[in-house]
Design a binder for this molecule. Structure first.
Ligand SMILES: [Zn+2]
Length: 350
């Protein structure tokens, strides 16, 4: 049985508490919780798989109901930023919440009022995983946000970022400067507005400084090749920058960082291991950044990765658990499916 089939069957047939087990610390978060399972299940559903799995629709309802009744009132109804801020991975989770809120409530007033400026002011954080960039990313990829609103929020993030000293922050995607650029580039793709020269020149400066340093500054050596804090994240941002600008220097940066990630990434997860690098390669092939044969390399590496899957921290998360690997497995079995890097990049049509 294909790996993704096994995961879909499990999500459909087991009670939620058994699906996640007792060790799920963040039951609603994309990395390890319901929202991550929803990212995967909705994608499977969008590929017209309902007839293959009659239980798919009810399973999605079940996960949505758990988020709606147990989690959303907590954060969406919070009058200030406290609960939003204290929740780990809040913007990433908020993105999922925004996505289905938009689908369910036509009334814009029912949406959470968090904005880039409010989060930047109240938390002091601009980063993607836990700060203002995550809010912009949520607006951009979360559904049908009005273009004017995305442009306004992107301008606020750009101004806040450029006002900070270049040397101040960490580089990595999840908690550093590349994550801020990632949100700005995604906003540009959605609005069709060009990215400012100031943003692009600071981005080039970040890559230059990293290459001059000769080594990747990572929180932990094991994360050097990772998506969250390492070179897979740097390759992903270079791919986005190439998509937005068509500038060949970003294509070269993508290749350099991807090669380095291929040599250094360890472990199975999307977030911290080789899973993110493999998913990025599938996206890059659709973008024309890699040849079609790269898919065979991904397939071979993925088989090795599946053997390591018991190392994953919780059963069904997307970034840190089985759902992310099931997503890659689904893509490898369905070459015709559109490819996106959930949460981080818009869909690429084949
Ligand atoms: Zn990670």
């Amino acid at each position: 049985m294909a790996f993704h089939t096994h995961v879909v069957d499990t999500l459909i047939n087991r009670p939620l508490e058994l699906v996640f087990g007792l060790n799920a610390r963040e039951p609603f978060a994309v990395p390890n919780g319901y929202a991550g399972a929803l990212v995967f299940l909705r994608f499977v559903e969008q590929q017209g798989a309902r007839s293959a799995w009659p239980g798919l629709g009810p399973a999605i309802e079940r996960f949505e109901a758990a988020m709606r009744t147990e989690w959303l009132p907590e954060v969406a109804g919070a009058p200030d930023m406290e609960e939003w801020r204290s929740y780990p991975h809040s913007p990433v989770v908020g993105l999922e919440a925004l996505r289905w809120q938009r689908a369910r409530f036509a009334d814009e007033n029912a949406l959470p009022s968090q904005t880039v400026e409010a989060v930047a002011e109240s938390t002091g954080r601009l980063e993607l995983w836990r700060g203002a960039a995550g809010v912009l990313q949520g607006l951009v990829l979360g559904g049908n946000a009005p273009v004017g609103l995305v442009a306004r929020e992107a301008a606020a993030l750009e101004a806040a970022w450029l006002a900070r000293p270049e040397s101040e922050a960490f580089l990595g995607l999840a908690h550093g400067q590349l994550g801020i650029v990632c949100a700005l580039l995604n906003a540009a793709i959605v609005t069709g507005e060009p990215v400012s020269q100031a943003v692009l020149s600071r981005l080039r400066g970040l890559y230059d400084a990293q290459q001059r340093a000769g080594q990747w500054q990572s929180m932990m050596p094991s994360l050097e090749g990772s998506l969250c804090n390492g070179m897979t994240g740097a390759a992903l941002v270079a791919a986005l920058a190439y998509q937005v600008t068509g500038d060949a220097s970003f294509e070269a940066l993508f290749s350099t960082h991807l090669r380095a990630a291929q040599e250094t990434a360890v472990g199975p997860s999307i977030c911290c291991g080789t899973g993110g690098m493999l998913l990025l390669m599938l996206v890059a092939e659709k973008l024309g950044l890699l040849p079609a044969e790269s898919r065979d390399w991904v397939k071979a590496r993925f088989i090795l990765l599946l053997e390591q899957r018991k190392q994953l921290s919780s059963f069904l998360g997307f970034f840190s658990g089985y759902c992310g690997l099931a997503y890659i497995d689904f893509l490898l079995h369905h070459p015709e499916a559109p490819v996106e890097f959930p949460i981080l990049m818009p869909a690429q049509t084949p």
